[in-house]
Design a protein around this ligand. Structure first.
Ligand code: ASN
Ligand code: ZN
Ligand code: CA
Length: 331
């Protein structure tokens, strides 16, 4: 089948190009032949199986509003495509498992379901329609987050409990945010907020804040010996905060119009090395040194090894990794 390029009107990311496939029976299927054949399905309120593959007569998809049921599919397919491209561009990685095999996406899961999730058993991502069935959980950072749970499962296999679970969650936030910056989409600019587009709290606030995780009311800014007792979406705060500090440094900063003011443990300071080097170090640690039981102390050791491999043991990057962990009380 020929690979086509359709046009999608997304809810969160403006007008986007979509990989589509001409159907032998006419029209087009939402199958991205250029990225492993990633398919996007309509669950139509169901909670199992694959529902129906999205199909369109003229290769112009969605209308930018949730009233059109193709719109959530546009966002989900775009998110999977940009994440695929990010893995390739940043890490020369061919898909989640590195074997060129695509996952698939399912949208319109259940009724007003306010969550999204990765499942290893289907090797797929699933998205609810969100509050009022009008805020599907298909924003770019959330799609990158969910797809990156597949990456973690295929590599370190971090157990989804205690501190390793926090590192698992943080890995998804780190790459989800990196995908958002990588996309360089003027309708959905990169930031260190997670889920700022999906109005998950009903008051316009994001789900999580990487510069100061405690702003969500539950996440940890710093390591403590009890941090592993928190839900993994809260213990992740320590590593999200590490990643922000490693990338941007401590103190006040405005990026793409968003202001941050990242605190540090005991007022220590960190000089940032930039996001690109920070995610290279995290990826190298994840794929080389992390295991299923890595905790925060081991993550410090692993990322220092990764920084040494990539930039040398006497590099500024190595020193910044040490300083950023110290700034979140991981010693
Ligand atoms: N959206 C959540 C996540 O990806 C779903 C979950 O709690 N597993 O972490
Ligand atoms: Zn997650
Ligand atoms: Ca974001």
């Amino acid at each position: 089948e020929a690979i086509d390029t359709g046009t999608g009107a997304s809810e969160y990311s403006g007008t986007v190009a979509l990989g589509t496939t001409a159907s032998s029976s006419g029209g087009y299927d939402l199958i991205d032949g250029g990225r492993g054949g990633h398919k996007t399905y309509d669950l139509n309120g169901g909670t199992s199986g694959t529902g129906t593959l999205f199909h369109d007569a003229d290769d112009s998809w969605g209308d930018g509003t949730p009233a059109n049921r193709q719109t959530a599919a546009v966002d989900a397919a775009y998110g999977a495509a940009v994440t695929w491209d990010f893995y390739k561009s940043a890490f020369n990685r061919n898909g989640i498992a590195g074997d060129g095999k695509a996952a698939y996406s399912r949208v319109h899961y259940g009724t007003a379901y306010v969550n999204a999730f990765w499942s290893d058993s289907c090797f797929c991502m699933t998205y609810g329609d969100g509050i009022g069935n009008t805020h599907p959980l298909t924003s770019l950072d959330v799609a990158g987050h969910e797809m990156s749970h597949g990456l973690t499962a295929a590599t370190a296999g971090l157990k989804y409990t205690r501190e390793s679970g926090g590192l698992n969650e943080a890995t998804s936030d780190i790459f989800g945010t990196s995908v958002e910056f990588f996309a360089n989409n003027s309708s959905d600019v990169g930031d260190y907020l997670i889920g700022e587009k999906i109005d998950i709290n009903g008051d316009g606030t994001p789900l999580r804040y990487m510069d100061k995780p405690s702003k969500d009311g539950g996440s940890a800014d710093y390591w403590s010996r009890t941090v592993g007792r928190l839900d993994v979406h809260y213990s992740s705060g320590v590593a999200n905060h590490f990643f922000y500090l490693l990338s941007e440094g401590s103190g006040a900063k405005t990026i793409n119009g968003v202001s941050y003011n990242s605190p540090t443990y005991n007022g220590s300071t960190v000089t940032g090395i930039g996001r690109d080097k920070a995610y290279q170090i995290w990826y190298k640690a994840l794929t080389t040194y992390f295991t299923s039981s890595t905790d925060y102390a081991a993550a410090r050791v692993a990322t220092l090894k990764a920084a040494s491999d990539l930039y040398g043991a006497s590099s500024a990057e190595y020193q910044a990794v040490a300083s950023a962990w110290t700034a979140v009380n991981v010693n």
